[in-house]
Design a protein around this ligand. Structure first.
Ligand code: MTE
Ligand code: MOS
Length: 742
């Protein structure tokens, strides 16, 4: 059965369409209580005490404070600086101070409004500028290649520009939520709208000071995550678990949209400076990049977001002399965290706006400038990684140029521009995205995943990877069914539950297909080998006489048995059910954490995105006409799901580029609901022309690489470049609003 490369219907599709899928707020558990969080209303200060209104009957509810935490008051991530409940110092608006559980949501809300927090206020630090003065550095990375001084000496022109981007809120359809169930056997069971069940059990272990086996964390069906449910669920699950532990009932906590927007993580705002040296021939001789990010009040995932931004900032270009100086600063705002792209979209907006500006000033066409400088096989990236295979920079560029007819539209007197009464423009971006954890990250993770033979010979996939809409569970089933030559409905994907599945690492960094998919392929190959040998023995045949068709076994042309029958017999005779494998980085992969150089990622995916748009001459409104989205993600395992990833990422990217204007004042979020924080709807989506050029990666499963985040990276700069082409105005600060054009 051939499944890889086919438009297999997604396993989770029907129940999501017909409404039977059970999201976290759909769970009704007997005796379940509801939790709410009392939060700080000031960006910086110290709690003095809580006043409980005596007209409220407090005997009906349970209150938990930091002093109820059995273990450490810290949510472990990279460091332990973030408290579960601030005590007594709080560092941003919306920080959890006190928890309440009650038999009904209404009563819990009533109790919440009957508590007053007495606090002392400190002077907050709210901007990168202020934080810099105080040297509030959360993390720092440097990349150095070649000799920058020499590179600038060789330059004919040196161009310096500054770019900036604001926050972006995930706006997953389903807000954050979790349920904690204190079981009679002493296990705390957690069900949550989350990306990484093992992150949650790791954090809870410290909060409770309990062994790992006293937690069972599993994912409910989730309505989108986009990085926003990577680290944050450790906090909300911690709240639910602490309340459940104290009130001895299952406790559900669901945030409403405003609570979600004001208190959970967002994309890091950034200020990015490029100093670019170009020689007479149009080759980039030196690139000096300074990247500053606003990390918010606690470290959370800032170091890894910063690192990815730094590594992606020099882009898919051959540059002999590069320096990237990257810093995240702390401010008294909610911690910023993972958001699709993980720092790369910020860097790539600046990079690709800059490449366009430099080409323009040099009088070189933007496509020709990219062609001259694009990485090809044998080149080294800015971290010194020598590129050996699956390099598609020029291919995606040429395909995008021809499918958009870029050259015919770009010039000011083109027919295409003249046929509109509005100002038309076309622009593009060229970019890459590394799949999987950075550097030696995948080695440290030691991801384990595999497959299990069930009693009836069916196959269950065991991994911690979560399905969050991206299609990973369908893709996994395709890889396994394809390898075993069995019908895909004989393959079932286990719910990611820490008590059941091996730890295959988090569902982040676009790693599921390329990394965990490879582990599953290895496991399936091992099982297939075993079953083949078992069958050959049983039917006294040679391995070469066996032929599998649709899960049925033929020996020298005669049908003898089925995969189901044989695997069930194999299991009973050999007593083996599980085939678990571990990911190993390709041989020769080297990364130096000290010098920050070497092989930053096992493989890169490549994209070239073209935006065509019109700017209204009177209102300066921007209307997108077409997006041409060309990429190489290696082998496309499921074309319709892959297209879905590109379309979704593109729409999130155009929201960030044109509409989403996240505003804070004095540390408080002003855009705290969807009436004020405007995200794209289907009416804002232009024609999308999605194309894949396939450059298979030999170490990925059937040649597949990462895909999930790439599509968000290239949209904003393509739009900024198209706006410049339309009306000659360069906007270097996202979002690109008509007010800024004015
Ligand atoms: N697609 C949908 N529909 N929903 C999501 O939450 N998250 C994105 C991307 N695509 C997301 C999504 C993010 S942030 C990542 S890292 C990848 O999916 C993770 O999944 P993958 O490893 O399967 O690519
Ligand atoms: Mo994605 S931001 O790595 O969860």
């Amino acid at each position: 059965m051939l499944y890889v490369g086919q438009e297999v219907r997604r396993g989770d599709g029907v129940e999501k369409v017909n409404g039977s899928a059970k999201f976290i707020d759909d769970y009704k558990i007997p005796d379940m209580w509801h939790g709410v969080v009392v939060r700080s209303t000031s960006p910086s200060g110290r709690v003095i005490g809580f006043d409980f209104d005596s007209s409220f009957d407090w005997s009906k509810v349970v209150v938990a404070t930091a002093s109820d935490i059995p273990g450490k008051n810290a949510v472990s991530m990279i460091e332990d600086d973030l408290p579960l409940l601030a005590d007594p110092v709080f560092k941003h608006v919306g920080e959890g101070l006190l928890l309440i559980a009650a038999p009904t949501r209404e009563l819990a809300q009533k109790a919440k409004s009957s508590v007053k927090v007495r606090f002392e206020e400190f002077k907050p630090t709210l901007t990168i500028e202020d934080s810099k003065k105080k040297k509030w550095v959360l993390s720092h990375h440097e990349i150095n290649k070649g000799d920058l001084k020499k590179g600038f000496k060789e330059a004919d022109r040196i161009i310096e520009r500054e770019y900036s981007v604001g926050h972006q809120e995930h706006i997953y359809v389903e807000t954050q939520g979790a349920i904690a169930i204190p079981r009679d056997d002493g296990v705390m069971e957690i069900i949550g709208s989350l990306q990484c069940p093992f992150y949650v059990s790791n954090a809870l272990k410290e909060i409770f000071n309990w062994p790992e086996n006293r937690f069972s964390v599993r994912q409910s069906i989730i309505g989108g995550a986009f990085g926003g449910k990577e680290d944050y669920p450790s906090i909300i699950c911690g709240y639910a678990a602490l309340l459940a532990y104290k009130c001895k009932h299952p406790v559900k906590i669901i945030y409403d949209r405003t609570e979600d927007i004001i208190s959970t993580t967002k994309r890091h705002p950034a200020i990015i400076k490029y100093k670019t040296g170009v020689d007479k021939n149009g080759l980039i001789s030196a690139l000096d990049i300074t990247l500053e990010m606003d990390g918010g009040a606690y470290l959370t995932l800032s170091p890894v977001v910063l690192s990815r931004a730094a590594i992606h900032a020099p882009g898919p270009y051959r540059i002999p002399n590069v320096s990237v100086d990257a810093t995240t600063f702390a401010t008294n705002t909610p911690p910023n965290g993972a958001f699709r792209g993980f720092g790369a979209p910020q860097a790539i907006f600046a990079l690709e706006s800059n490449m366009d500006e430099v080409a323009f000033e040099m009088g070189i066409s933007p496509d020709e400038f990219r062609r001259k400088n694009a990485l090809i096989i044998g080149d080294t990236t800015s971290t010194g990684q020598r590129l050996k295979e699956s390099i598609a920079v020029l291919d995606v560029l040429e395909e995008a140029m021809s499918s958009s007819q870029f050259v015919n539209k770009y010039s000011d007197d083109s027919k295409w521009k003249k046929e509109s009464s509005k100002m038309r423009g076309i622009g593009f971006s060229l970019f890459f995205h590394g799949g999987g954890f950075t550097g030696s990250g995948e080695e440290k993770l030691k991801s384990r995943a595999g497959i299990r033979i069930e009693d009836d010979g069916g196959i269950t996939i065991l991994s911690a990877q979560t399905e969050m809409g991206q299609g990973s569970h369908t893709v996994f089933s395709q890889i396994v069914a394809h390898t075993l030559h069995i019908p895909i409905d004989h393959v079932h994907v286990c719910v990611p539950d820490t008590a059941v599945v091996p730890n295959s690492g988090p569902t982040v960094a676009s790693r599921s297909t390329m990394v965990v998919g490879k582990v599953l392929l290895d496991a399936a190959l091992r099982l297939k080998g075993e079953i083949d040998r078992f069958a050959a023995g049983k039917f006294s045949a040679r391995l070469s006489d066996l032929e599998w068709r649709g899960g049925r076994l033929f020996v020298c042309g005669d049908e003898k048995s089925s995969f189901r029958e044989l695997s069930s017999q194999y299991m009973k005779e050999k007593g083996v059910t599980d085939f678990i494998e571990q990911y190993i980085l390709p041989e020769g992969h080297h990364w130096d954490d000290e010098k920050y150089c070497g092989d930053a990622y096992p493989a890169y995916s490549w994209g070239c995105y073209v935006a065509e748009l019109e700017v209204d001459k009177d209102t300066l409104e921007i209307n997108l006409l077409d997006l041409h989205l060309v990429q190489d993600v290696g082998t496309v395992v499921n074309p319709v799901l892959a297209r879905g990833q590109v379309e979704g990422g593109a729409v999130q990217g155009l929201g960030w580029a044109l509409l989403e204007d996240f505003k804070m004042k004095d540390g408080k979020v002003l855009t705290d609901r969807l009436q004020k924080y405007i995200v794209p709807t289907s009416l804002d989506v232009p024609r999308l022309n999605v194309k894949f050029v396939e450059h298979p990666y030999s170490k990925g499963p059937y040649g597949a690489k990462g895909l999930g985040e790439l599509p968000l990276d290239g949209i904003a700069p393509a739009i900024a470049n198209a706006v410049f082409n339309a009306c000659g105005i360069r906007i270097r600060d996202l979002p690109i609003r008509p007010e800024k054009l004015l």
